[in-house]
Design a protein around this ligand. Structure first.
Ligand code: ATP
Ligand code: MG
Length: 562
């Protein structure tokens, strides 16, 4: 097998390699892949890995990828999830073949295939209770026991299965099972249930069906009906592959997709299973599925992540077969490198301290020209008003600064970004609280733009906002949702106890420069020296932004500080 490379000269992962070989050998003319979400929750970053793989392969090889809802469990599914999933896949930048497809559209065929299996004496109706089925199944070390119903005649099975379909029996009283091998070392092959009775309303088929096919049975047949060439799934399905193949082989279907497994994405400082995400949403531990702290696609979107950053992340982590945990810093670096070249710079003061420029005329406004990006002149410039009263960051002033502190303090001169050099004069302190309430400075009118004609050097540059022209805004400082790398490490503990109480800090009196009032909901900018922030696309309006911190400028996570 030759080793192939992609358009950017990186070796293909093992799945792309197999596909390239199949196309070259003529085994397939085109690839058809699929992404099969269950509409029982919102998609998360783990799903993004599978989406980028399946849709990515279709894009790269000129094939198609189907979006197929695996909607075989009416009790947990909902149309709102279907809509959010479609939106997320589109937002990530992918398109599906025809319309979105649904496993439920195949219910009639799936029923017919089951009848065919019965006729082949490869399926039977079993009346053991769910508990007994479990008991009879055996364990990894003990073989299973055959059901007393296993050797019913084909006629009897056909009759009972039809009556199951007609709703004559109660839930749990009858199931249809594949007749395979109760002694198989693979538990999935010990006569797995393939149809069960569920008297629930289905979001698409309504009350037409009272029997529903099981996942393993549905999945291979749906793949086959869609002429999927490569059915890509995560490693936990490796042990299900014999069943996937058994169903298709038994029915001698004309198409037999190849199932290939890859390792799922695990990310540090988060949980990934939809069941746990649902628990956090339902218990109000977060503000909904799209809470900007959630590692759902909609949460990441709201947080200010771009589709390109998620696609790049998936490319960076690659596709393999060994289970591993990716550090959250890898994801954060992807969005940093994207926003570094795409986000305009702005000034905002999170914890304002008033500065009064004593020698600047009261009421005067001077427009300073500020670059929107220090390295990308095409991003243009803007005007920022400079006035006698300004705000700077509280921690950019120290009464008694150490030597290495290059910001404002007694006797010091600093540069106000895009404006003037200012020199300390005095400061005022609240006698009771000891809190500094204002700092007085003078500016040097010769230093407009930030450099001194006499060549004197000033080390520190700090950001500022006009007190008179700036606007108070709300800024939400988001951080990691969990305080430990693996919130699920302790199996006896509740993962909810591992949540980071500091994951959302709301600053309601930050001061923003006037141009930020023009920002559209969803737009992302860099607040100079502070990080990347976006105007929340749900709660913001033009003129009334609410900012979400997407990511800090550098990795500032305590656990990663050496
Ligand atoms: P969860 O385990 O989070 O509940 P799921 O596997 O039940 O997810 P599905 O809707 O069935 O969710 O998943 C759709 C597809 O996404 C499947 O093919 C599944 O293998 C894939 N997928 C789910 N989680 C991950 C992950 N962490 N990494 C890679 N692929 C994933
Ligand atoms: Mg699943």
């Amino acid at each position: 097998m030759e080793t192939r490379e992609d358009s950017e000269n990186r070796p293909l992962d093992f799945i792309r390699q197999i596909i390239a070989d199949d196309l070259k050998s003529g085994k397939h003319q085109r690839t058809i892949t699929r992404f099969p979400p269950e509409p029982n929750g919102f998609l998360h970053i783990g799903h993004a890995k599978s989406i980028c793989l399946n849709f990515g392969i279709a894009q790269e090889t000129g094939g198609t990828c189907n979006l197929r809802f695996d909607d075989t469990n009416p009790s947990k599914e909902d149309v709102s999830y279907v809509e959010s999933i479609k939106e997320d896949v589109k937002w990530l930048g992918f398109e599906w073949g025809k319309d979105a497809l649904y496993a439920s559209d195949y219910f009639p065929q799936l029923y017919q295939f089951a009848v065919a299996l019965i006729k082949l004496d490869k399926a039977y109706v079993c009346q053991l209770s769910p508990d007994d089925i479990r008991q009879y199944r055996g364990t990894l070390t003990e073989p299973g026991k055959e059901s007393p119903y296993r050797n019913r005649s084909v006629e009897e099975n056909l009759n009972l299965f039809e009556r199951m379909k007609k709703g004559e029996f109660a839930e749990g009283s009858h199931v249809l099972r594949a007749k395979i091998d109760m002694t198989s070392p693979n538990l999935n092959m010990r006569d797995p249930v393939i149809f069960r009775i569920l008297k629930d309303h289905h979001h698409r088929t309504g009350d037409t069906w009272v029997i529903y096919p099981m996942y393993d049975y549905t999945h291979c047949l749906s793949d086959m009906l869609e002429n999927i060439t490569h059915s890509l799934c995560t490693l936990e399905f490796e042990d299900h592959r014999p069943l996937y193949d058994w169903v298709l082989d038994s029915l001698k279907t004309p198409c037999h997709p190849r199932q290939i497994e890859f390792s799922r994405l695990n990310l540090s400082y988060t949980v990934m299973s939809k069941r746990k995400l649902l628990k956090m949403v339902m218990g109000n531990y977060v503000d909904g599925w799209d809470d900007p702290r959630m590692l759902t696609i909609s949460g990441l979107r709201r947080r200010g992540y771009t589709p390109a950053s998620l696609r790049n992340f998936c490319r960076t982590i690659g596709i393999g077969k060994s289970e591993s945990r990716i550090d959250m810093g890898v994801l954060e670096n992807e969005i940093r490198s994207d926003l570094n070249v795409s986000a305009p710079r702005r000034m905002c003061v999170l914890e304002p301290l008033k500065v009064i420029i004593d020698n600047f005329p009261v009421g005067q406004v001077e427009e300073m020209t500020a670059l929107n990006h220090p390295q990308i002149p095409e991003m243009g410039e803007r005007q920022v008003p400079f006035t006698r009263e300004l705000y700077i960051e509280r921690d950019d002033f120290m009464e008694d600064p150490p030597k290495k502190y290059h910001r404002l303090g007694p006797g010091r001169e600093v540069r106000l970004r895009f404006a003037y050099l200012v020199r300390y004069v005095s400061h005022v302190k609240n006698a009771t609280t000891g809190k500094i309430t204002e700092v007085h400075c003078t500016y040097d009118p010769e230093t407009r733009g930030g450099s001194a004609p006499d060549g004197r050097k000033v080390k520190g540059t700090i950001h500022w906002v006009s007190a008179e022209k700036g606007t108070p805004v709300t800024v939400r400082l988001f951080d990691r949702l969990f305080k430990v790398e693996d919130p699920e490490a302790d199996k006896d503990a509740d993962f909810l106890d591992q949540m980071n109480p500091q994951s959302k800090v709301i600053v309601s009196d930050a001061m923003a420069e006037p141009s930020l009032m023009e920002l559209h909901p969803g737009n992302t900018i860099q607040f100079e020296r502070l990080g990347y922030f976006c105007a929340d696309h749900v709660e913001s309006q033009i003129g009334q932004p609410i900012f979400n911190r997407t990511v800090t400028l550098k990795d500032s996570w305590e656990g990663n500080k050496k």
